[in-house]
Ligand binder design. Structure first.
Ligand SMILES: Nc1ncnc2c1ncn2[C@@H]1O[C@H](COP(=O)(O)OP(=O)(O)OP(=O)(O)O)[C@@H](O)[C@H]1O
Ligand SMILES: [Mg+2]
Length: 357
C-alpha cells in the first residue's frame, strides 16, 4: 500500500537566511511528484527534511496523516537516492544492492532474485562484482537507484538521480523510471532542475524559486497556464518569449510590442496599459495558418533539429522572437516575409509583480 506525504508549512533557516519559506506540498498515495527549480532554490533542503537528514525550523511532515517530523528515516520508512550517491565503497555492487534487504532479514534466495531483477532493470548486471570506485559516475548512480527501489518504501525520494547520465541514457532511464514507479505504485518525490525531466516524468510538478512554491499542478496545467512569468519562462523549451507590451482599448483591443501589433478578441478583459506579453515559440510560425496574425519579420538564424527547427526572427523595430517549426523547415537565414502569431494563445503578466493576468 502506497503512503500519502504532506509537507505542512515547512520553513527552514540557516542562521539568518531563510532557504525554505512556508512550503506546503501534498502528495497522494502512489503519485510521482517532481520538485523543479533553479540551482539553490531549496530542492535538496526540502528533500533532506523529508528524509529526516535536516530538521525543519517550522512546520510538520506527515506520512499517512501521522506526524513524523521527529522520527528517523528508518522509522519513516523512506528510501532515498542522494544527489551525491552514497554507496558503501568497500562492498561490491551486488552487496550494495543486497544491503537494505539483509538489514530487513529477507531470505537469501529472495535477495538473490531481487538483486538480479533490480540490476537487470538498470542494466548493471555485468557490474555486480565490481566495487563503486571501479564504476563511472553514471554507473554508480544507477546502482544507487537500484538500491533505493529494491525494497518497498513508504516514500521514495530521488535527488537529481539522472544528472550524471549521458544525454541518451538520461532520456531512456527517465522513461524507464517513470514506467517502473507507476508499476510499483510508490509515492515518489523527485528533484530536478531540468524542466524536461519534470514535464515528462511527473503526475504533478511543484515549481520552486528562492524557497517558495511558485506553482503546483500537472505538467500540462503548469505549461498551459503558468502562474507567473518565472514559471512561464522556466517551464518549456525553447523558452517562452516575453516582451514589454501595451494594451490599447479603442473600438478594438490590440496589444503592441514594438512593431508587433496583434488584435485581441473583443471579449478580453485586459485593461489599457503596460503588460508583459508571453508567446510560446510553437505559436509563432512562418507557415501561413488560418488563426494567426501576420507580422513582417526576417529570419536571423535557424537551428535545425531534424524533426523540428528553432527559428530566430527579427522584427522591424529590432525585437527578436523565437519560433518553433514542428516539421523542419526549408526556409533559411535572410528570408523575409509574414510570420504568423496565434493570438488565441498569448499570455499576459503584470509588469510589476510578474503574476499572470
Ligand atoms: N547547511 C547549510 N548551511 C547554510 N546554507 C545552506 C545549507 N544547506 C543549504 N544551504 C543554502 O540553502 C539554499 C538551498 O540549497 P539546496 O541545496 O537546497 O538547493 P538546490 O535547489 O538543491 O540546488 P541544486 O540544484 O544546486 O542542487 C542554498 O542557497 C544553499 O546555499
Ligand atoms: Mg540540490
Amino acid at each position: 500500500m502506497a503512503s500519502s506525504l504532506r509537507l505542512e508549512n515547512i520553513t527552514k533557516t540557516f542562521g539568518s537566511v531563510t532557504v525554505i519559506d512556508d512550503v506546503t506540498i501534498d502528495i497522494e498515495p502512489g503519485r510521482f511528484v517532481t520538485l523543479v527549480g533553479p540551482s539553490g532554490c531549496g530542492k535538496s533542503t526540502l528533500l533532506n527534511m523529508t528524509a529526516s537528514l535536516e530538521r525543519p525550523t517550522d512546520g510538520r511532515i506527515l506520512i499517512d496523516g501521522r506526524d513524523v517530523t521527529m522520527m528517523t528515516a528508518r522509522q519513516r520508512g523512506i528510501a532515498m537516492v542522494f544527489q551525491s550517491y552514497a554507496l558503501y565503497p568497500h562492498l561490491t555492487v551486488r552487496q550494495n544492492l543486497a544491503f537494505p534487504l539483509r538489514v530487513q532479514k529477507v531470505a537469501k534466495p529472495e535477495i538473490t532474485k531481487k538483486v538480479l531483477q533490480a540490476a537487470d532493470l538498470m542494466e548493471i548486471g555485468h557490474l555486480l562484482d565490481r566495487k563503486p570506485r571501479e564504476l563511472s559516475g553514471g554507473q554508480r548512480q544507477r546502482v544507487a537507484i537500484s538500491r533505493a527501489i529494491i525494497r518497498p518504501a513508504t516514500v521514495c525520494l530521488l535527488d537529481e538521480p539522472l544528472s550524471n547520465l549521458d544525454a541518451a541514457l538520461r532520456v531512456r532511464v527517465r522513461g524507464e523510471l517513470k514506467l517502473l514507479f507507476s508499476r510499483m505504485e510508490t509515492t515518489t518525490m523527485f528533484v530536478t532542475h531540468d524542466q524536461s525531466e519534470a514535464m515528462t516524468m511527473s503526475d504533478s510538478i511543484v515549481v520552486l524559486k528562492d524557497g517558495k512554491v511558485q506553482q503546483q499542478g500537472t505538467p500540462l496545467e503548469v505549461y498551459r497556464n503558468p502562474a507567473n512569468e518565472f514559471v512561464a519562462t522556466f517551464i518549456g523549451s525553447p523558452q517562452m518569449n516575453v516582451l514589454d507590451a501595451r494594451i490599447e482599448r479603442t473600438d478594438e483591443v490590440v496589444v503592441h510590442a514594438g512593431s508587433i501589433r496583434l488584435p485581441l478578441p473583443e471579449s478580453t478583459l485586459l485593461p489599457s496599459g503596460r503588460v508583459r506579453l508571453g508567446i510560446r515559440p510553437e505559436f509563432i510560425t512562418a507557415a501561413p495558418v488560418s488563426d494567426g496574425t501576420p507580422v513582417t519579420a526576417k529570419i536571423e538564424l535557424v537551428e535545425h533539429m531534424g524533426n523540428s527547427a528553432i527559428v530566430h526572427y527579427r522584427f522591424a523595430d529590432g525585437t527578436s522572437l523565437i519560433g518553433l517549426e514542428m516539421i523542419d523547415t526549408q526556409i533559411g537565414v535572410g528570408w523575409e516575409g509574414a510570420v504568423y502569431i496565434d493570438t488565441q494563445r498569448l499570455k499576459f503578466f503584470d509588469t510589476a509583480t510578474g503574476q499572470a493576468i
